[in-house]
Structures are given as structure tokens and as C-alpha cells.
Design a protein. Structure first.
Lengths: 296, 131
């Protein structure tokens, strides 16, 4: 920090010319007359900066100390840890625990909570993931750009290593089966769409890591990933719209809670878990591939 | 004051959550490296999740997986914070991915992650660095 600070200070005094550093692949060299010349207002801004750098550090230190103290005082006045009578454990959670199984058919109260009582919230959450995927795609893709983004390519060739290669052949199916188990048992046991999807995507990421980008690109198609994520989100929207519509208008619904404890029970929770899991899996794998090499 | 301190010691998990939040906040404001700012925000996130998960705990409660129907509320921990933390984790992952992608783009353009250096380069660029 001291090093950059001194460079920054020298720049503020006008001793550093950075025009040469700006010439990156995307930017042609500027002509001589367009080089940086300090002007009056920039000189003033630099003076303010010079004066305010220490002030900024002092203010931030005070801000952090005040925030820490206030939050700590708040924590000291919170109800005791593990107190069942605390205001957070109110009639809402009692309702979820007492009548959740009868109303949603899900043995796992958290699954019933996030995919039945608060399914709209979870839909928004899935859309947040999908939007992040779109944004990362826009920011990281190098498809039609004139200057391809320089990417480092010197990584280990895991495929040539017999130990890694053989172990991955054994372990990837196990991870996939475990992921599917967590996914479809979400209403019966801990787990569900988000954790199951993350486990599934970890298997895909191991595959892409060891077998290399090219084979992963051939085996897991970009279009398939996009379609799966979009279809899963679409299924979520359509099925939950039906469920909300019948529920709000008191109509007869074909979705029933079923017998709690069975695998085909809990109405929409099982298919919704699968849909959410697919979205999470596709998003995580796409994040990995985009940060790995700039395209799916 | 002493009673308050004792209470804080009993609520040590909340104190730890607040320490995490403060560490992340200091990192966000003090560190000059963009990547470390992203890490600081993630540390702040984990502090919030720890606090939320703590608030839902009920002493002696089990995980809310109902073995039989019509269970008593006192025997299970509060399921609501678990759902909220789940939402929070997903949003935190999305935000981290977005910020990291932006950081990668910044680095590809300016070849630096130091905010002071970036400010210098960006003001040069505004002054006609691009021909």
C-alpha cells in the first residue's frame, strides 16, 4: 500500500506521465498532441485529493469504529442466544412448524417454506441468478469482439495424469448420483434445489477441469445449458402461476400435498426443486466456464 | 456495563457475526485492490448469514425435518432464517460473480486493480488518451 500511495502522490504532484501505460491491446497509441496536459481544474482536483487522502483514511477509521461499536451495543441488547421466547420465534414460524406438513406435504419445513409459502421469493431468487448469468455472459464473452480478450492458457494438463484421470472417472458418477439424491429428496431431508444444483455443477466443473475445455465444450453444449436454464425457469413460472391462481381464487387444484414422507408427495415442491436445481447447476457451470476461458 | 458485557459474552456468536461484518466493511473501504474489495463484501455477507442463522436457533431444538405430523413448535428451530439465508447466499453468489466479471474487464482494459492507479489512468484517458 505504501508503494502505490507514493506513486499516487507523485502523480498528484504531476511528476508521472502515464500515457505510455495506457496503450493496451484495445487502444491505439494517442498522437503526440493528444498527450495528457494538466489543466487548471485537474490541478485543483489534485490539490483537493492531496489534502483529502489523509482525511479520507481518518474518516473511514472513525466510521468503522462507530459502526462496530453501535452494532456491538445492539448485539449486547439482543435476546439471549437460543431463547425460544425471542420475538423472532413468533407465530409465523409456529404456523410453519405446526401446520407445514399438513398444508404443504413437505416433511422438510425449510423446503415447504421456500418453495410453497414463499415460492414467489424463490422465483425472484432464481431470476437473480439468471440475470447474473446474463450479465456475466455479456461482460465476459469474447465471441464477436474485434480484439479477443487475452486469456492465460498455461494450466496443468490433468488429463495426462493417470491418477487424477482415473479417480475422476470413479468420483464423477458418485457426485452426480449424490447430487440427484439431494435434489429429489429436498422435501424429505436436508437439501433441495440450491444445494443439489451446486453439487451437480461441481461434477460438471471437475469434468471440464480434467478433460479440458475442448472436450467439455463438445460434451456440454452451450445451447443445451441456456435452454435448460430458460426452460426450468419457464416451468417454474407456469406451474406456480397455476398454483397461485387456483389458491387465491379458491378453485380446485389438481396439485395435492399427497402423503407426507413419500417421494412423490408435497405437490409442486419436487418438480420445483428439480427446476431450481437445474438453474443453479447451469449457472454455476457457466460462471466457471466464463471465468475459465471467456465463453461457454 | 458489566451485565451488558456478560450478555455479549453469552451472545458470542452474534459478536462474531458483527466482527466479520466490520472486518469486511473495513476491507471494502481501506483496501486499494478491487479484488480484495470483492472479498471484503463476501466477508460482510457471511457475517450477515451468521447473525441470521443465530437468531433462528432455539436451545434444544432439532433441525426442522418433521418426523411425524403436528409437531410442537418448541422442539424445532425456527425454519424462517434458514430460508432467508438460502436466499441471501444465492444473491451473494450472483453479486460476487457480477463484480468479479466487472473486475476482469477493468483489468483487461487498464492492466491494474489498484484504485489509485486506476483513477490516474482513467483521468488520463478522459483527457484524450483515446485518439
Amino acid at each position: 500500500m505504501a508503494n502505490s500511495d507514493s506513486a499516487f502522490r507523485r502523480w498528484l504532484r504531476g511528476e508521472v506521465d502515464l500515457s505510455a501505460e495506457l496503450r493496451t491491446a484495445e487502444m491505439p497509441a494517442p498522437p503526440e498532441e493528444a498527450r495528457y496536459q494538466p489543466r487548471h481544474h485537474t490541478a485543483m482536483i489534485h490539490m483537493i485529493f492531496r489534502q483529502s487522502h489523509r482525511l479520507y483514511v481518518a474518516l473511514v477509521a472513525v466510521l468503522c469504529a462507530v459502526l462496530f461499536t453501535v452494532l456491538l451495543l445492539t448485539a449486547a441488547n439482543l435476546p439471549a442466544y437460543g431463547d425460544g421466547e425471542a420475538p423472532t420465534n413468533n407465530e409465523v414460524s409456529e404456523r410453519y412448524v405446526n401446520q407445514g406438513v399438513a398444508e404443504t406435504g413437505a416433511v422438510n419445513a425449510v423446503a415447504g417454506l421456500i418453495l410453497d409459502y414463499r415460492a414467489f421469493d424463490t422465483l425472484g431468487e432464481s431470476f437473480v441468478l439468471f440475470t447474473a448469468l446474463c450479465a456475466v455472459t455479456i461482460l465476459m464473452s469474447r465471441g464477436r469482439r474485434k480484439h479477443p480478450l487475452p486469456m492465460e492458457t498455461d494450466y496443468a494438463d490433468y488429463y495426462a495424469d493417470p491418477i487424477v484421470h482415473t479417480m475422476c472417472k470413479v468420483i464423477i458418477p458418485v457426485i452426480l448420483v449424490f447430487g440427484v439424491y439431494v435434489l429429489v429428496n429436498g422435501h424429505l431431508s436436508p437439501g433441495g434445489g440450491f444445494s443439489g444444483g451446486a453439487i451437480l455443477s461441481s461434477a460438471l466443473i471437475i469434468y471440464a477441469m480434467v478433460w479440458g475445455d475442448e472436450r467439455a465444450h463438445g460434451a456440454i453444449r452451450e445451447r443445451a445449458i441456456r435452454r435448460t436454464a430458460a426452460l426450468a425457469l419457464g416451468f417454474y413460472v407456469v406451474s406456480k402461476t397455476y398454483s397461485f391462481y387456483t389458491g387465491a381464487n379458491g378453485l380446485h387444484s389438481v396439485i395435492s400435498p399427497g402423503v407426507p414422507g413419500r417421494i412423490f408427495s408435497a405437490g409442486l415442491i419436487l418438480p420445483l426443486n428439480v427446476a431450481v436445481g437445474l438453474v443453479v447447476c447451469c449457472t454455476m457451470y457457466s460462471f466457471y466456464m466464463f471465468f475459465r476461458r471467456g465463453e461457454l | 456495563m458489566a451485565a451488558m458485557f456478560d450478555h455479549l459474552l453469552h451472545n458470542y456468536e452474534e459478536a462474531a457475526a458483527i466482527a466479520l461484518l466490520s472486518i469486511g466493511f473495513c476491507m471494502l473501504l481501506f483496501d486499494r485492490n478491487l479484488l480484495k474489495k470483492v472479498i471484503g463484501l463476501d466477508i460482510m455477507d457471511s457475517g450477515v448469514f451468521l447473525l441470521l442463522a443465530d437468531r433462528g436457533f432455539i436451545a434444544g431444538g432439532k433441525a426442522p425435518i418433521m418426523a411425524e405430523a403436528a409437531a410442537e413448535a418448541e422442539r424445532y428451530v425456527n425454519p424462517i432464517p434458514a430460508g432467508l439465508v438460502l436466499t441471501g447466499i444465492v444473491v451473494s453468489v450472483s453479486v460476487s460473480a457480477l463484480m468479479l466479471a466487472l473486475t476482469v474487464r477493468v483489468y483487461q482494459t487498464y492492466r491494474t486493480l489498484d484504485v489509485d492507479h486506476l483513477y490516474m489512468l482513467m483521468s488520463h484517458r478522459r483527457k484524450g488518451g483515446r485518439a
